[in-house]
Design a protein around this ligand. Structure first.
Ligand code: ADP
Ligand code: C5P
Length: 245
């Protein structure tokens, strides 16, 4: 269901051949609520859109000093405060993606508590899904989002998922996970993250969410189609280039 314009171009180029803005979807919610899983399900639901990219807010954690890094390994650093992220770079990256500019996104290691030497090069995505605990928190970032989603799950479910995931994937132990959860994660959820659900267009359950994913997918397809229709209309009004005699 990608609609080609009459000129045979894909709809994400304007009448002058310049790329149209990418469609930006924000997915916020508590840690282990299912944001990444929802983002991947949305991506899978759009097989005909040539390029859907997922960008994680985790890539934009601030670089830690040696002292902060030591604290992080002792589960003593607050990764759940809005100030833990570099919003300027994050905002710039999403803004560039929206305007179809190429970006290099840092790759974050939860085991090392820092960015790795790798970067992901991204260019030309038609739909960009941005996921992270504070994606709906920052007003400037929020203003870039075309569709705002909040993933809602019970806190016991989130904690159970986080324990399993952090042991299997992030090199943690149960005592450390619980310490960090009680000191930082739960207060942040209560004081910051939960409140951002009021900015969401759609609240998605963190489990059994197939119907919600269908609705979101249809909304994105509708938006892409209506952009294509608008563009076809503009193209039909663009005067033909005069032929050289
Ligand atoms: P987040 O990105 O919000 O931290 P994830 O999507 O990474 O959360 O999910 C955290 C854990 O919960 C993962 O191990 C994932 O497999 C599991 N999970 C997420 N969504 C579901 C779901 N709908 N059903 C079952 N398990 C899920
Ligand atoms: O994937 P998820 O949304 O759970 O990622 C955010 C969580 O990652 C935060 O709740 C934070 O506590 C945790 N985190 C961590 N160690 C880091 C960076 C983030 O435990 N180095």
């Amino acid at each position: 269901n990608v609609v080609l314009t009459e000129a045979g171009r894909a709809p994400w180029y304007d009448a002058n051949g310049r790329p149209l803005d990418a469609y930006i979807v924000g997915v916020a919610g508590g840690s282990a609520s299912g944001k990444t899983s929802v983002a991947k399900a949305i991506l899978r639901s759009l097989p005909n859109v040539p390029w859907v990219a997922i960008v994680s807010q985790d890539s934009f954690y601030k670089t830690l000093t040696r002292e902060q890094s030591k604290m992080a390994f002792e589960n003593n650093y607050d990764f759940d405060h809005p100030n833990a992220f570099d919003y300027d770079i994050f905002h710039q990256c999403v803004s560039d993606l929206k305007q179809s500019r190429a970006v290099e996104i840092p790759v974050y290691s939860f085991v090392e508590h820092q960015r790795t030497a790798d970067k992901t090069y991204l260019y030309g995505a038609v739909v960009v899904i941005v996921e992270g605990i504070f994606v709906l928190h920052n007003p400037a970032l929020r203003s870039l989002l075309d569709l705002k989603i909040f993933v809602q799950a019970d806190s016991d479910l989130m904690l159970a998922r986080r324990i399993r995931r952090d042991i299997v994937e992030r090199g943690r132990d149960v005592a450390g996970i619980l310490d960090q959860y009680l000191r930082f994660v739960k207060p942040s959820m209560d004081n910051f993250v939960s409140q951002t659900s009021k900015f969401a267009d759609i609240i998605v359950p963190g489990q059994n969410n197939d119907v919600a994913i269908d609705v979101i997918s249809q909304q994105i397809k509708n938006q892409l189609e209506s952009r294509a229709m608008k563009l076809r209309h503009e193209l039909s009004r663009t005067p033909a280039t005069p032929r050289r005699e």
